[in-house]
Ligand binder design. Structure first.
Ligand code: NAP
Length: 253
C-alpha cells in the first residue's frame, strides 16, 4: 500500500463480531490498528494472528470499558501517543440487551442506553479532541438499520440509542462540512455476530465476513451515510422511513 494511504485506525469493540472482522479486513488493506474492548485475551489472540499475517504492520491492543468514561479518554490518548496520529476512529462497541419497556427490566434497557449512547458520546468526544488537534481524521459511527424508525418490544431502547448516535454524527458532519475532518454513519442490517447468535428470525441476515466487507468498502470511501449491505437495506431503509408504522412492523416480522 502507498505510504500516504496507510492509515492508523482505532476500533472499539474489536474483541468479537463486526469489530474483530473489521480489524481483519482493515489489516488486509495494509492499515495499522489500535484495538480495544474489555476481553483482552481475545484482543491478544487477534493481535498475534494479525501480526503473523501482516508482519510489517503495527497492531496495538488495550483494555477498555466504554462505560468507564475517564478510561475512554486515557485509552484513546495512549493510542495517539503510540502511533503519533490516529487517522480514523470506528465507534463500534455496543450491546443489544433490551426488554419491552415497562416490564420490569429497566436495568437491561439502562445498560443498553448507557453503553450505546453515553459510551458512544464519550468515544466521540475523545476522538474529536484528537481530530481537532490534528485538524484531520475520520469518525465512523456504527449505527443500525433499526435507527430508521421506532422499533417494538426488545428493540425499542436499542433502536433509540442507534438513532441517537446517528444524530450525534450527523450533527458533527453539519458542523465540519468543508473541513478536513470527515464523518461517516454506517447503518448495518443484520450481520451474524455474538450479539445475534441466538436470534433465529433475523430478516436478510448475512455472514460476518460479507456484511463487514460492505462496511469496510463504505468506510474506505468515506461515505457520509451507508446502509449495508446495500442490497436489500437501501430499499428496505427507504421503506422503513416512509411507510406507515403498521406496515413497517409487518415488513420486519
Ligand atoms: N450484528 C448486527 O447485526 C448489527 C447490526 C447493526 C448494528 N450493529 C452494531 O455493531 C456493533 C458491534 O456489534 P456486533 O454485532 O459485532 O456484536 P458483538 O459480537 O456482541 O460485539 C460487540 C463488541 O462490543 C464490545 N463491547 C460491548 N460492551 C462494551 C463495553 N462496555 N466496553 C467496551 N466494549 C464493549 C464487545 O467487547 P467486550 O465484551 O470484550 O468488551 C464486543 O467486542 C454494535 O454497536 C452493534 O449495535 C450490529
Amino acid at each position: 500500500m502507498p505510504a500516504d494511504s496507510r492509515k492508523t485506525i482505532l476500533i472499539t469493540g474489536a474483541s468479537s463480531g463486526l469489530g474483530e472482522e473489521m480489524a481483519r479486513q482493515f489489516a488486509a488493506l495494509g492499515h495499522d490498528l489500535a484495538l480495544c474492548a474489555r476481553r483482552t485475551d481475545r484482543l491478544e489472540t487477534l493481535r498475534s494472528q494479525l501480526l503473523a499475517r501482516h508482519p510489517s504492520q503495527r497492531f496495538e491492543v488495550r483494555a477498555l470499558d466504554v462505560n468507564d468514561h475517564e478510561q475512554v479518554f486515557e485509552v484513546f490518548g495512549a493510542f495517539k501517543d503510540d502511533f503519533g496520529t490516529i487517522d480514523r476512529v470506528v465507534v463500534n462497541a455496543g450491546l443489544g440487551k433490551g426488554a419491552p419497556i415497562g416490564t420490569g427490566r429497566f436495568d437491561a434497557n439502562k445498560e443498553t442506553a448507557i453503553t450505546n449512547f453515553i459510551g458512544a458520546l464519550a468515544q466521540t468526544e475523545a476522538a474529536m479532541e484528537i481530530f481537532r488537534e490534528q485538524d484531520a481524521g475520520h469518525l465512523v459511527m456504527i449505527s443500525s438499520m433499526s435507527a430508521m424508525r421506532g422499533m417494538p418490544r426488545t428493540a425499542t431502547t436499542y433502536a433509540a440509542t442507534k438513532a441517537g448516535v446517528a444524530h450525534l454524527a450527523e450533527g458533527l458532519r453539519a458542523e465540519l462540512m468543508g473541513s478536513p475532518i470527515k464523518v461517516s454513519v454506517i447503518y448495518p442490517g443484520y450481520i451474524r455476530s455474538e450479539m445475534n447468535e441466538r436470534v433465529k428470525n433475523a430478516p436478510f441476515i448475512v455472514g460476518t465476513e460479507k456484511g463487514v466487507r460492505a462496511i469496510v468498502e463504505a468506510v474506505e470511501k468515506e461515505k457520509p451515510r451507508a446502509h449495508v449491505p446495500a442490497w436489500p437495506w437501501v430499499p428496505v431503509g427507504a421503506a422503513m422511513r416512509h411507510l406507515p408504522l403498521p406496515l413497517v412492523r409487518r415488513l420486519l416480522g
